[in-house]
Design a protein around this ligand. Sequence first.
Ligand code: AHR
Length: 522
Amino acid sequence: MRTDSLPRTCPRVLLLFSLLLCAIAFAAGQTRVTVHADQGKDTISRNIYGHFSEHLGRCIYGGFYVGEASTGIPNTRGMRNDVVAAVRKLRIPVLRWPGGCFADTYHWKDGVGPKEQRPSMVNVWWGGTTEDNSFGTHEFLDLCEQLGAEPYFSGNVGSGTVEELKHWVQYVNSPSGNPLASLRKQNGHEEPWKVRYWGIGNEAWGCGGEMRAEHYVDVYRTFVTFMSSGWGNRGPFRIASGAAGGDYHWTEVLMRDIPLSLLDGVALHHYAVIDWNKKGSASEFTTAQYFASMREALRMETFVQNHIAIMDKYDPKKKVALVVDEWGGWYDTEPGTNPSFLYQQNTMRDAMIAGVTLNTFNNHCDRVRMANLAQTVNVLQAVVLTDGPKMLVTPTYHVMEMYTVHHDALMLPVETGSLPCIAGKDTLQAISVSASRDREGFTNISLVNIDPVERHEIEVTVGGKSFASVAGRILAGRTPQDHNTFEDPQKIHPVDFKDVKTTGTGLRLTLPPCSVVVLHCR
Ligand code: AHR
């Protein structure tokens, strides 16, 4: 939760150069994209499509979990059936929990055992609400099983101890032979769960302990040393708390001072926020605010490239993954809701953010091997919103669903020449593209047009092949502000896309303003 320190003003000459490129692209009237279908070598990990769920506002309580006693909302062992069914359709591969900032205040032993004996705590980060610990380790792992997702635990480093984290690992992963495995069995779970993904703290530079990178690396090394017992062949996947946006010093120190043998992932957080002091409404925003949000979202590309360059220096074989375990748009909370609960509407602007961000992750899948949207339900850029027993899915949900074709597919490098641009305070490329080939041999291409006004014609050349057939779906709004409401939950949803043709060398299509298109070609 802090702004990053990268200077935002491009040198004037770069701006002029990009304006010139835009002018050339407009003059040409058509945008050319090349998909190198014959050059794929890296797989897009499905974990890029991961999610994040924190004990914050109504994400867990009321969102995923209503408790077994709920009579008004159908549930399975307390998990809302409607939410689980909707999220299952996204085939989310991995779910991060219990925070966020909450994680570094969370003591896991408070959340196991008979519910009536679990102590309560105050959720100091998110509104001072009472956390009764009724949703704890067993409940979270049950939720993951219901969703078909792998769990990703975020360990308490800030206010927890080395022993506490070591015990959590033993509790969930040891088959037997120690008091923690016995406690798990006593609490009703005979078999270990084999939780693989472990975050060693969260935002250690901020809510996770206000540490300097130089201090955190030693803390990290100590914690991971003692959590590694009881693992068999498949060791824990240890993720170091990472930088905010453009804090390259943080990544440099992590990569320099943690031996590669102790490190599997380095995190990165970036939220598309216009201004931390003046974020603006989630659904009523001006064109200038829309451009500002898109500018912030598109910075993810720069951050990813620059953090990867640092990682490449210390880890040229790309052993360590870049894990973007918090990303999304962040606005003012909805009027009339608790400001600490971070509940916000989700519009076509968010669909644009999701489309361009996921394209960035796909295109850098040799290093970005996990990402977690913040957050799944009722918090920030949610895919699902609930209101009592009512539920709706958001434009971001639809983008995530349309992009499932990229899960574990072979990434096909995309080359874009000069792209058309939209000009706000500075110049932004209007079109974003990524492509992959799936196991059935289909080439799937996702294209986003963030331009709120202009449609753009795209000529896609596919190196090494032509297509006999193409089918597609589109998510589009009349305006970037369009969104689903509980009164009109189907207003924004994907439909068949017809404005595409095969050509001798690939495809020709027209992207309407503010749209995401996914093409399925053979
Ligand atoms: O997602 C909300 C908060 O944003 C998380 O708790 C924290 O990690 C980040 O600052």
